[in-house]
Design a binder for this molecule. Structure first.
Ligand SMILES: [Fe+2]
Length: 287
């Protein structure tokens, strides 16, 4: 299903600047999936199964505990308490992406199929240079908007600027029999506003794409593949091509170049990122 806005929280009721400053002062440590990002990408756990701030592993635990980071972010804590149900809530993070991109991928593909997963994203900062995308188009999320980001379809994110872009991210999981998906609590003050979400992108026809593929075929190799993947993944944010077009271009370019090693690698990578992966399975772009 396409990503969509389900309501808006009035952020002017919360003084979040100190919280944002705190989050931006936390030194980044290595994270899972770092290699699929370019630029500065930081996930900070505010609530999780263990209550440990360094624990970024998603689990379908019945318990959710605040971490040290949430205790430092009293206003963000209030946003959560005022508006959201804790039942079914599995993980709360803030995510920052600066001068960087998360390449197209799917989440939840390796998780237990007995659950329905729901990921909410709430931007806490204004940044006109940030874009998100999925299989239906490219869009910008505005501060306070509560988005259901369908992480089970291909999606990506980019920040073309060097300014901070902090999102609050809440992950819910409900057993498939549970038809009562309450995510807002009784005191929630959710505004309902409708707006057109998709941005207009420049057209790109088949022949434009063939030119790109031809160019890629001249420089594709096992040592350029990673850089090319980041480069081609940017196109869909600006041009009207599918979110995963870059994977297809690289596959075709590797065939034209007769580069079997790159062809195998991009096939394995696209399977890993956008088709299926086992729990704990890793794929390295750098190996
Ligand atoms: Fe994702």
């Amino acid at each position: 299903m396409a990503s969509r806005i389900i309501g808006t929280i009035d952020l002017s009721e919360y003084t979040i600047m100190d919280d944002l400053n705190y989050l931006n002062s936390v030194v980044k440590v290595a994270e899972e999936y770092d290699e699929f990002c370019q630029g500065y990408w930081q996930n900070l756990s505010l609530m999780n199964a263990s209550g440990e701030a360094h624990d970024s592993l998603y689990r379908n635990s019945k318990i959710i505990l605040p971490t040290h980071h949430l205790k430092k972010c009293t206003e963000i804590s209030r946003i959560i308490q005022d508006n959201f149900e804790l039942t079914g809530l599995k993980m709360v993070r803030t995510r920052n992406l600066i001068d960087g991109m998360v390449i197209p991928h799917k989440d939840f593909v390796e998780l237990n199929k007995d659950y329905n997963y729901l990921r909410l994203m709430i931007p806490l900062q204004e940044n006109s240079q940030c874009f998100n995308s999925d299989e239906f188009g490219v869009f910008q999320m505005r501060p306070g908007e509560i988005w259901i980001l369908d992480a089970a379809i291909s999606h990506a994110a980019i920040n073309f600027s060097t300014n901070s872009r902090i999102f609050l991210c809440l992950d819910y999981a409900f057993s498939v029999e549970n038809k009562n998906l309450n995510i807002f609590n009784k005191s929630a003050k959710i505004l309902m506003e409708n707006r057109h979400i998709y941005i207009n992108r420049k057209p790109m026809n088949e022949s434009d794409q063939d030119h790109i593929i031809e160019g890629l075929s001249k420089i594709i190799s096992s040592f350029t593949l990673r850089d090319l993947l980041f480069a081609v993944s940017k196109y869909h944010f600006v041009y009207h091509v599918p979110v995963t077009a870059g994977f297809d271009w690289l596959k075709k370019a590797a065939i034209i170049a007769g580069d079997e090693e790159s062809h195998n690698k991009i096939n394995k990578l696209s399977r890993y990122l956008i088709e299926a992966r086992e729990l704990g399975e890793r794929f390295s772009l750098t190996s």
